[in-house]
Design a protein. Structure first.
Length: 266
């Protein structure tokens, strides 16, 4: 994993060859994301954090009850812990001298367990590598029954019966509100990737790590698993370019209808 990402006014080519206004530029080596320090940015990130904490506080009683009920169902359905912990790659905003930086770091993400406790992760790693590479043949070989309109793994015997239902409604991600409360994540932002995913990134793909990761984001409400990896990176990059309080609120308002419709669920 390498690449220093500078947020600087400029033009970057999309993966489809078109040029769009961006504030991102990838340069070789390093594990930090350099950001432009402005008053607007400081106010935005402070407001973003305030909204995160307010929403988590309001939802806390409902989340506690939901976790209790779902935890009982999960334990009845299969053996293993209720909570699944996984290390992901994230970024935190830090100040060094007169400059604000996004520093890449590992975080532990919490989810409701949706797989057997002895599940082999190599299956997912192989499929993800093919997805990032855009290798349709490899994806088809690994998932012969995959719907051509979706890039999710449709045949996955690691997933439990209850786990499939939780994933369809994104309820497995409810514990990540604890990540939001801790400040590891935000309500809105690019999803934090797994380490073996980032190892397959090109330097330009690292652009999507230039911000605090989120529960939901522009990619999730724009197609989710129906989109290619290139399209996901472009949408996350667009979010990082356009991010504002109003844009975050727009994404939050779009999230519930998308979840309830199961659009791109996986």
């Amino acid at each position: 994993m390498a690449g220093t990402i500078d947020l600087a006014t400029g033009t970057v080519s999309n993966h489809n060859g078109s040029e769009v206004p961006q504030r991102v530029q990838v340069q070789p080596d390093g594990l930090v994301v350099r950001g432009v320090r402005t008053d607007r940015r400081r106010v935005y990130y402070a407001t973003k954090r305030a909204i995160d904490l307010a929403v988590v506080t309001v939802l806390a009683p409902f989340v506690a009850l939901t976790m209790l009920v779902l935890g009982i169902i999960i334990r009845i359905d299969s053996r293993g812990p209720v909570i699944f912990r996984q290390e992901r790659v994230a970024a935190r905003r830090v100040r060094r001298g007169d400059e604000w930086l996004w520093e890449l770091k590992p975080i532990t993400v919490y989810k409701l367990r949706t797989m057997r406790s002895d599940a082999d992760q190599s299956v997912h790693a192989d499929y993800l590598a093919a997805y990032i590479a855009g290798d349709e043949d490899a994806m088809k070989e690994l998932q012969p029954d995959r719907d051509d309109d979706s890039y999710k793994m449709t045949t996955d015997d690691r997933i439990t019966r209850v786990g499939a239902k939780l994933r369809a409604l994104s309820l497995d991600e409810v514990p990540q509100l604890w990540n939001v409360a801790r400040g590891d994540m935000s309500l809105v932002g690019p999803r934090p990737p797994i380490g073996y995913e980032v190892e397959k990134y090109s330097k330009s793909d690292l652009i999507r790590l230039a911000g605090r990761p989120g529960l939901t984001g522009w990619w999730q409400v724009s197609g989710r698993s129906s989109l290619t990896f290139r399209e996901m990176v472009d949408l996350d990059t667009e979010y990082l370019t356009r991010q504002s309080t109003l844009f975050d609120l727009k994404i939050l308002m779009k999230t519930l209808p998308v979840v309830m419709s199961r659009q791109g669920a996986g």
